[in-house]
Design a protein around this ligand. Structure first.
Ligand code: BG6
Length: 368
C-alpha cells in the first residue's frame, strides 16, 4: 500500500508528478481555450468581480499566498489572503462583487467552513479549491475546482499542496481569460509551462539522495530558518511548517527582504538557513536574494541554497547547493517545495518520529 516506501508521506511526495499532471488534465479545449467545468459562476458574474479574498489554513494558506501573486499579476484584480480562523471575526468587507476562494485539501476544516458561511451571508460568491469529492466545503460553495491528488494519507500535506498550487494557477489564468487581461497565446504559453512541470518535479525527485545526505548532518539541529522572496516566500513558510510538523523543530520562514528589519538578530554561528533563490530575471529578485544571503553568511550562518540549473552567481554564497530545473518565477514553488518536503520527511525519520501521524496533529480539524 505504500508502494515500497516507509511512509505514506514519502509515497505521496513521489506521486506529485502524476498528481500535478492529473490536476491539469482536460483543462484546455481543442481550440486552446481554458475550461474549468466545475466553475458554476457565469462569466458575466466573474467579469464583475472586483476583489478576491482567499481563505485557508496551514499549508493551504501558503498555496493561497502564491495564488495572490498569480491573480494580481495576471488578472490585475486586488487579492487578499487571510487565515480562515481570523476572517469572520474582523468584520471583513464583502460585497456581491467579491470572490471568496476557500482552499482546503480535506474540505472539512471547520475554520474554513465557518469563513465561507460568513461570506455567503454577505452574498459574496464562494469558489472552493478542494481535493475531496463531495466534502462539506465544496458542497456549500457556489463553485469548485477539484484537485486530483488522490487520497492524501500523511497528515502533513504534500501532493495536496502542489495540486492546490496548480488549481490556483488555473483559476488565475481563467479569470485573466474571462476578464481579458491576458491574451489567449499568453495563457496557452503558461499552460505549456505548467504541463512541463511534472517532468521538472520528477527531476527534483531523481536528486533526492542529495537532500537525504544533507538531512543526516542536521540531526540534532535546534533551529532552522528559511528565506524566500516573491513566490519563494510562501515556499519558505511551508518548508518551516513541514519541519515543525514532522521533526518538532523550531523553524521559521521569512521574506528575505524583511531579514534586516529584525530576524537577522537570530543568526549565529552555524545556524542552518535554507534559501529559496528566485530564477534570474529582469526583476532583480535574484540579486536582492544574494545580498540577503551574503548578510547571513557574514554572521556565520550555513546556507543551503535552492537555485536553478545554470545559476553560477549563487555558487560563492552557498554552503550547500541543491539544484532546481529552470522554470518561471511564479511557477517555481512547484519545484522548490519538493526538496523541503523530502528534507523534513527524512530528518523526522532519522529522529525516530512517526512521519505519517505527527504528535498532536490531525489530518482534518473539524473544530474551530
Ligand atoms: C491541518 C493539517 O490540520 O489543516 C495541515 O495538519 C493542513 O496539513 C491544514 O494544511 C488545512 O487543512 P485543509 O484540509 O483545510 O487543507
Amino acid at each position: 500500500e505504500k508502494d515500497g516506501h516507509d511512509w505514506f508521506m514519502r509515497k505521496e511526495i513521489h506521486e506529485q508528478p502524476r498528481a500535478v499532471a492529473d490536476s491539469l488534465l482536460g483543462r484546455r479545449t481543442p481550440a486552446g481555450q481554458l475550461q474549468l467545468d466545475e466553475v458554476r459562476i457565469s462569466d458575466e458574474d466573474l467579469r464583475d468581480i472586483d476583489k478576491v479574498i482567499i481563505i485557508a489554513c496551514g499549508t493551504s494558506f501558503y498555496a493561497g499566498m502564491v495564488a495572490k501573486y498569480a491573480i494580481e499579476h495576471w488578472c490585475r484584480i486586488p487579492c487578499e489572503v487571510e487565515l480562515a480562523s481570523e476572517f469572520r471575526y474582523r468584520d471583513p468587507i464583502l460585497t456581491r462583487e467579491t470572490l471568496v476562494v476557500a482552499i482546503s485539501q480535506s474540505g472539512e476544516t471547520a475554520d474554513t467552513l465557518q469563513a465561507i458561511r460568513h461570506a455567503r451571508t454577505q452574498r459574496s460568491k464562494v469558489l472552493a479549491i478542494c481535493n475531496t469529492n463531495g466534502s462539506t466545503i465544496p458542497r456549500e460553495s457556489d463553485a469548485v475546482i477539484y484537485t486530483h491528488a488522490g487520497p492524501e494519507i500523511g497528515v502533513a500535506s504534500t501532493k495536496g499542496f502542489l495540486t492546490q498550487l496548480v488549481a490556483c494557477y488555473l483559476l488565475a489564468l481563467y479569470l485573466a481569460q474571462v476578464k481579458g487581461t491576458r491574451y489567449g497565446d499568453e495563457i496557452n504559453q503558461v499552460m505549456d509551462q505548467l504541463e512541463a512541470m511534472p517532468g521538472h518535479i520528477q527531476t527534483v525527485l531523481d536528486r533526492e539522495e542529495e537532500v537525504y545526505a544533507l538531512a543526516k548532518s542536521y540531526v540534532g539541529a535546534r533551529s532552522v530558518l528559511f528565506l524566500g522572496r516573491h513566490a519563494g516566500y510562501p515556499v519558505a513558510l511551508e518548508g518551516a511548517l513541514k519541519l515543525k510538523e514532522l521533526a518538532y523543530l523550531h523553524a521559521e520562514g521569512f521574506a528575505a527582504g524583511e531579514l534586516k528589519h529584525g530576524p537577522i538578530a537570530l543568526v549565529e554561528q552555524d545556524l542552518p538557513i535554507w534559501c529559496v533563490v528566485p530564477p534570474r530575471g529582469r526583476d532583480q529578485l535574484h540579486e536582492k536574494m544574494i545580498s540577503g544571503i551574503q548578510e547571513v553568511r557574514a554572521r556565520g550562518a550555513r546556507t543551503i541554497c535552492l537555485a536553478e540549473d545554470g545559476d553560477t552567481a549563487i555558487e560563492p554564497y552557498a554552503d550547500v547547493l541543491i539544484r532546481l530545473p529552470k522554470v518561471p518565477t511564479l511557477l517555481q514553488p512547484l519545484v522548490a517545495a519538493v526538496p523541503l518536503q523530502l528534507f523534513a520527511c527524512e530528518l523526522a525519520t532519522l529522529m525516530g518520529h512517526d512521519v505519517d501521524q505527527p504528535r498532536n496533529l490531525a489530518k482534518s480539524v473539524t473544530v474551530e
